[in-house]
Design a protein around this ligand. Structure first.
Ligand code: FES
Ligand code: FE2
Length: 424
């Protein structure tokens, strides 16, 4: 099947250094091949450990289209297993989240403990001595690994380690989590979900697109910058920020030069002086004064990890494809363990104000994806131009960097995508 599809789609032709073809966003055959080569082979972000803090806690998620259960057993270990009864295939868990020591299939009652082992079969006399329950545990996700509480999984038993996959993204995750005076973020404040009729890759590209904020989000940017900065110096042609392709599909908008120039984060929630000094003191106790000041000056990084995890401001978001033109994005607010309440309240309200259904930013992006998907129906000339800033990119320690408004980040994502899709 894979070989047949690979021979039908010429990814070298569809993805070139300065342009890509619209077919990549709507062809169902390409989506099927993405499931196999990306979603069922690469490391995929699944959940955060703090979402299942207690023994018995569980979540249901998807890896690509495959339903999985994330559960914490009585010994504190986290398990990832396929949500598919070993009898005749029913999902054994229907809730988004909860606490249970067992999952009982509603169809014929096969029951699994929260490690996935089969512990009960109704009317057992119907099975002879050759039936051994231990052979019918829920299928396990072959590889599971975590960094700073972020759980990634791969449905492939072989391949690069998570550490190899993350590469420079590891340090950026650290930058995000180190804003906590205890070195931990807590992801237990609910979730905002936006669905859109469009391809999943648009949300990934958009997350590190420094060209669009001042235009698509003009009203929001003007409001957020009011009294602080000139919009042009943050997301405009005059900005000192960089777009970086960090390899392996990780791409970053590096706003640090802007923060340095302005003596602090430019789009940041504010809090009282007392809260600020308490927070700085707690950070200093954890990291030492100098390192704490660096962490606070840098603020949260802005980047994406291929294919489904994005860090922007105080939340991270997860892309979940449902079909070639149907996608859900989940925005998870994160709290800083050990930080003053006021800061965590601000982080929470920032997520709702910016990314909620009536938020200042996210609805614009969602609308843009849907308009894109309609635009892709126009087939006379299917090419999309990705050449912005190609002439002014530079190499920094082997990584490509460009101006923040350049398409360096998108080109990096597409290079990685083409590599993955052309692998055997
Ligand atoms: S399908 Fe689950 S018990 Fe039959
Ligand atoms: Fe946007």
């Amino acid at each position: 099947m894979a070989t047949m599809l690979t021979s039908e789609v010429n990814y070298q032709e569809l993805i070139q250094s300065d342009r890509i073809n619209g077919r990549i966003y709507y062809d169902p055959a390409i989506f099927r091949e993405e499931l196999e080569k990306i979603w069922y082979r690469e490391w995929i972000y699944v959940a955060h450990e703090s979402e299942v803090p207690e023994p018995g806690d569980y979540l249901t998620r998807q890896i690509g289209l495959q339903p999985v259960i994330v559960s914490r057993d009585e010994d504190g270990k986290v398990h990832l297993m396929l949500n598919r009864c070993m009898h005749r295939g029913n999902t054994v868990c229907q809730s988004d989240r909860g606490n249970s020591h067992a999952f009982r299939c509603a169809y014929h009652g096969w029951t699994y403990d929260n490690r996935g082992d089969l512990v009960g079969v109704p009317y057992a006399a119907g099975y002879d001595a050759s039936f051994h329950k231990q052979e019918f545990s829920l299928a396990r996700v072959p590889r599971v690994s975590a960094h700073r509480g972020l759980i990634f999984a791969s449905l492939s038993a072989n391949g690069p380690t998570l550490e190899e996959h993350l590469g420079p993204a590891k340090r950026l995750i650290d930058q995000f989590v180190d804003l906590s005076p205890e070195g931990e973020v807590v992801v237990r404040s609910g979730v905002l979900k936006h669905s859109y009729k469009g391809n999943w890759k648009m949300a990934l590209e958009n997350s590190v697109d420094g060209y669009h904020p001042n235009i698509l989000h003009h009203a929001a940017m003007a409001m957020m910058m009011k009294g602080k900065n000139n919009m042009e110096s943050v997301f405009g042609e005059g900005s000192d920020a960089h777009a970086r392709d960090l390899g392996n599909g990780t791409a970053q908008l590096d706003l640090n030069p802007v923060h340095t120039k302005h003596g602090g984060r430019v789009v940041a929630p504010t809090w009282s002086k007392q809260t600020d000094s308490e927070y700085r003191a707690a950070m200093g106790r954890q990291y030492g004064t100098e390192r704490a000041e660096t962490i606070l000056a840098e603020g949260p990084p802005h980047f994406c990890i291929f294919p489904n995890l994005i860090f922007i401001l105080n939340q991270f978001r997860v892309i979940q494809p449902l079909s070639v033109d149907d996608t859900v994005i989940s925005y998870y607010p994160t709290l800083l363990k050990g930080a003053p309440d006021e800061i965590n309240q601000r982080r929470l309200s920032e997520t709702y104000l910016i990314h909620g259904p009536a938020g200042r930013v996210a609805p614009d992006d969602i609308e843009a994806y849907e308009r894109n998907q309609v635009g892709f129906k126009a087939l006379v000339n299917e090419w999309l131009v990705l050449r912005r800033g190609l002439h002014r990119e530079v190499s920094e320690n082997g990584r490509i960097a460009g101006h923040e408004t350049d398409e360096t980040t998108q080109r990096g994502i597409w290079r990685h995508y083409r590599d993955v899709m052309t692998r055997e």
